[in-house]
Design a protein. Structure first.
Length: 306
């Protein structure tokens, strides 16, 4: 069956790179750079839709739901990247933010392009992860017509789950199955159809915005510091000490002493110092505040005065 790609902006030829094969290296790089400059402006135009997506995700996660990124090829790998980074950065449970890539683990490092045409496999892959109506499923596809993420949204919608579409074409097919459709148009690629370029970059930016904003709203950040960091190596342990020192003004030795008590959890260490309470009281205050450090400090101080 013939597939008409002529209407997809992501498949058009870029007039500024028509002579790419005759350019010098400097000219090639300048051309790519000039195209990349357009990406942030494209993101700016869809910020209202990204905000809608974040609000839906935060609401779902607060109700016990999970977030799933679904894609094939480069789109799937971008989901894998963002999901994987949330565990060490925000101490999220490994199953809270998950990536589902067409072809499974092997497709992360080796192309498995044929599987992207199987809508049914996407449904089976979500079924194997016990997706429910409490969850959010984000389908990622530059073209907006890739069957695998479309199949995922169809299946998720049938369960009553929140569905979000992320594509790079207007009136994308996948948008028809989404509660929130983000269509971020960056124009034709320097190499026609090579959506690992601008399209991938813009999707990386938006996924990072979505996860970061969601984690901020869920109390994973205090001021602009990643106070829920999982200090699993020396660098991150030093970062944890520096955060405690920066926020509370204590010495390096005191920060280290407190973090040893909290098993290198930064949040309770901050509350202990700022509210002058024990570790147990700090943990209780954090639980009462839903993990928000600022509120936990006030809770702990109030209990001290009671």
């Amino acid at each position: 069956m013939k597939i008409d790609l002529s209407e997809l902006v992501t498949e058009h030829r870029n007039p500024d790179s028509l002579h790419l094969d005759r350019m010098s290296v400097q000219e090639i790089l300048t051309t790519i750079n000039n195209e990349d400059k357009k990406i942030a402006f494209a993101v700016e135009r869809v910020l209202p839709e990204v905000e809608d997506a974040v609000n839906r995700i935060v609401a779902a996660l607060r109700q016990g739901g999970r977030l799933f990124y679904v894609g094939a090829g480069t789109s799937g790998r971008l989901g894998v990247l963002d999901a994987a980074e949330c565990v060490p950065t925000y101490r999220t449970p490994p199953d809270l933010i998950q990536a589902v890539i067409a072809g499974g683990r092997d497709a992360i490092t080796q192309a498995a392009e044929g599987i992207e045409d199987d809508e049914r496999q996407a449904a089976l892959d979500l079924q194997s992860r016990s997706v429910t109506g409490l969850d959010v499923v984000v389908g990622i596809t530059a073209s907006g017509r890739t069957p695998y993420p479309i199949g995922a949204l169809k299946y998720a919608r049938g369960l009553g789950a929140c569905t979000i579409a992320l594509s790079c074409n207007r009136q994308a097919e996948i948008s028809r199955y989404a509660d929130c459709a983000i269509e971020v148009v960056v124009g034709p690629e320097v190499v026609s159809g090579s959506t690992r370029m601008k399209s991938a970059t813009v999707h990386k930016m938006i996924l990072t915005m979505i996860s970061t904003a969601s984690m901020v709203r869920l109390g994973k950040i205090y001021e602009n510091l990643m106070v829920d960091v999982q200090a699993s190596n020396r660098k991150l342990m030093e970062r944890a000490k520096n955060m405690v020192m920066d926020i509370t003004g204590v010495s390096y030795g005191k920060a280290e002493e407190l973090l040893l008590q909290t098993n290198y959890e930064v949040k309770p260490a901050i509350v202990m110092i700022r509210a002058d309470v024990s570790l147990d009281r700090a943990k209780t205050a954090l639980k009462q505040s839903g993990g928000h450090v600022r509120d936990a400090i006030e809770h702990a101080k109030g209990n001290n005065q009671a």
